[in-house]
Design a protein around this ligand. Structure first.
Ligand SMILES: [Zn+2]
Ligand SMILES: [Zn+2]
Length: 327
């Protein structure tokens, strides 16, 4: 093989094997700040189209991201009738993944729906049922879906996910596998995404710790993703830390604190095994609640509590609305 071919092979090998993922934070909070509620855009770095992970805030997040130049390599063409945020929403977001139907995870989608483009809403059947019965029912909001109450405007196909089964994500290179989560009596969802280079990221919707929820949902997920960590294919875990350690277990209502997240990461580390099994693993902290009380910012407290006891050496990442993060 001549020198140029070797170079080309190396180049293609590396770009294919280390594609990574591109994340834009549309909403960073787990309540109560309307306009900044849980939603992220995700795509493989080798792809041109995004999906969203939850949809608490959409248009407000797109405006914030545009103002932070997050779309500098995805600028709306001059011929487009759309603003930059309109172009991304209608042309580049190819589907929504909704972990559960609580308003802080879907309000942005509902409010933007009149001017949105046709695309699927992916979720577990129980989540679709709530979306269909309680929101798109001509009482709370017109029925923009293709099922349920009254005349169906047909903009959103409710595309059901099957637990523990890989499914292709239309118009992207991604595949997705769903896992159920326990969220204080409600079914929430974790989505594992795989790109063309067989790298994965996992996004967990709201969840309590297994011990408090009396569940094995997180334990099952840790067993499933441990092999990807061993193969260095897991690029990041999105997981919530809603409250600081001062919140007693009986007031968690299906959420995590730093103490509980670290305990769950210890369980994951046990399945990965070896020395420093989670060292430098990207863990993106989501769903920190905005506080109306004077005093220390909850994010500052949660950040301190996580880093103070970070014996595993994971890389905790805190993002703000409009940030672009490469994993
Ligand atoms: Zn929530
Ligand atoms: Zn919730």
């Amino acid at each position: 093989m001549n020198k140029h071919l070797i170079m080309a092979a190396l180049c293609c090998y590396s770009s294919f094997s280390f594609a990574g993922f591109d994340v834009i934070t549309l909403g960073a909070k787990g309540g109560i700040q309307d306009g900044n509620l849980t939603a992220f855009m995700l795509k493989s770095n080798t792809d041109n189209n995004y999906i969203t992970l939850d949809a608490g805030s959409i248009v407000n997040g797109l405006i914030a991201a545009t103002n932070k130049d997050a779309f500098s390599d995805m600028v709306a063409p001059i011929s487009s009738p759309y603003t930059q945020e309109g172009y991304i929403l209608t042309q580049k977001i190819q589907g929504y993944f909704i972990s559960h139907a609580h308003l802080d995870h879907i309000a942005g989608l509902i409010i933007a729906s009149p001017d949105d483009s046709k695309k699927p809403i992916y979720a577990l059947p129980s989540v679709h049922q709530t979306i269909s019965q309680d929101y798109f029912n001509w009482k709370a909001w017109p029925n923009f879906t293709s099922q349920g109450e009254g005349f169906k405007l047909g903009k959103y196909e409710l595309a059901p996910l099957t637990i523990n089964q890989w499914l292709p994500v239309a118009n992207t290179e991604l595949k997705v596998k769903a896992f159920p989560l326990s969220h204080s009596g409600a079914e929430s969802t974790a989505f594992l995404f795989k790109n063309a280079a067989n790298e994965v990221v996992i996004y967990l919707g709201d969840t309590g710790p297994d011990a408090v929820e009396k569940s094995t949902a997180l334990d099952t997920i840790w067993q499933q993703i441990a092999p990807y960590i061993q193969q260095k294919k897991l690029k990041g875990i999105f997981i919530e830390t809603s409250f600081s350690n001062s919140t007693p277990d009986k007031l968690l209502f299906g959420h995590l604190t730093p103490k509980w997240l670290l305990a769950e990461l210890d369980s994951l580390a046990g399945y990965v095994g070896g020395e420093q099994p989670l060292k430098d693993l990207n863990v993106i902290i989501t769903h920190i609640k905005h506080s109306l009380k004077k005093g220390t910012n909850p994010q500052t407290v949660i950040e301190q509590e996580l880093n103070a006891d970070n014996k595993l050496g994971v890389n905790f990442i805190f993002t703000e609305q409009g940030d672009r993060t490469l994993l």
